[in-house]
Write a new protein. Sequence first.
Length: 583
Amino acid sequence: MSKKKIILLCSVLGVVVVILVLGILYMSAGSQYKTVLYPNTYINDVDCSGLTAAEAEKKVLDSYDEYTIDVVFREGKTETIKGSDIDYTYKLTDSIQDILDSTSILFWTRDEKRDHEYTIELTATYDEDKLAKKINSFTELDTANMTAPVDAYIVYKDTQYVIMDAVQGTTLKPSAVKAAIEGAVYSGKDKIDIDEEGFYTKPEVENDNTILNNQLASLNTLANAHITYTLPGDLKAEITPDLIRSWLTVNAEWNYVWDEDTDEKLLVYISNISSEITKATTSDEGETKQPFQSTLDGVVNVTLGTYSTFTGYTMDINSEFDTVKQEILSHAVVTREPKYSSSGGGTTNYGIGDTYVEINLSRQHMWYYKEGKVVFEADIVSGCMTTWRYTPEGIYTVAVKSSPHTMKGEIDPSTGEPIYVTTCTYWMNFIPALGIGFHDYDSRGNWSSDAYLTDGSHGCINMHGSDAQTLYSILDVGTTVVAYYSQPYTLTYESGPSSSSSSSSSSSSSSDDDYTSYDTSDTTDTSDTTDTSGSDQQWQQEESQRQSEDQHDQSSEQTQDQSADTGGGEEASGGEDEGGEDE
């Protein structure tokens, strides 16, 4: 072989050797990337350049904060589960070593200048028992702490019916919520909103419910009224929107309507008010008694005899029904008295009112009240306490005033003449049928407080002249007069001049020939005189009724001869319902 060829061969071999050495050196230098990652390598956004698989995995896992998940409930409440509570740990689903194993080092000089980004899914492990225990500790899942949802409903507020918002409540199904939280933890979620997930029990009726809104419109048409009654005594009654609502009928479409049943309920309500008024203005002892708030003796029950003119309160039920229905349907808001067919003297003092004359026959004193205030009072002498002459208690009305006035007694059958004829200056009649009234009688000698027991009038109310003058000047015709005995009393039997029977105790039955006749004053003229007379039978019936109703103390008996001394101030009167006109 020629020298030239040998040199060429050596050169070639040298080049090959150099190439092999360089290749070995190149590959040797690039082989590091089989154990460490290329520069600019990011795994899950974590820079892992030059790290081994183990180092890179640790760094990636360390980059994650401790796992937490917020469980959001209603009412601003949030429960947090920490990874440490349940031994929560992360794990990569793929190995970083696989990245290194798949790395080519042939072009490592090129690849180490490039960016290498990898995403590896994470998985987690945790203690399921600890998770269940943690969830079970949430107070929001304790049924005792849950509030039930409330349907939207209609209520009267201010001046109309409105819909009150439905209340969503906090009622949950614990088992369903627990499963949802466990699923969220398993998926690695950091938040779960229980409300957004739809786990709360919802109200059945929400604000926009069609039926509810139709009912609202009907109620504001049919029940938007308020009627407050002004009633006697302490009685109170009012027709409120909600009461009207309770009377309405709900039809097949679940809407409110006014029908015959509603009319009936309204009528029953008005009738009940009428009954309560009757009860409140009537004594417990029966319909013949009327309660009255006296000046000195509290509430007394005044016997309403035959001649009492007080009617008490009687509601005109049909008229009141028509009025109330119209007011309701016109949305009225009013305060008023009911419609009465008779209404006593006012709404105060058990229906007697605040303007009246009060005569306490036991105390022998009278008061004149106007609008609740005493404008006049005076001592008086009333009828003598015999069955013929005592002043009957009752509630009456001033029928006539006369000045001057002539009073005539009963006709004496033996003479055919009145037992007396006398005049007074001031006459105020309040029991026309019996001729009993207030009048001046200055010729009376005995004005003591017990004069009436044995030396009283024949039924009228004797007054000093000055007192009678004052009362006459201020007393109006039509004023109520309340006469009562505040203490038990005994009546001595005394027959009238036309009776031939002998005296007997009031505890005995009236004899057949009891007779009383009375003179009453003219109710239209200021000076005329009119005579009236009654029958034996009528007096007997009324005296028997009086004894039954009053149940007076009959333990003692007083006897007194009749006196007709017109100058001495004795007058003619009869029993409770049959008093006579005073002298």
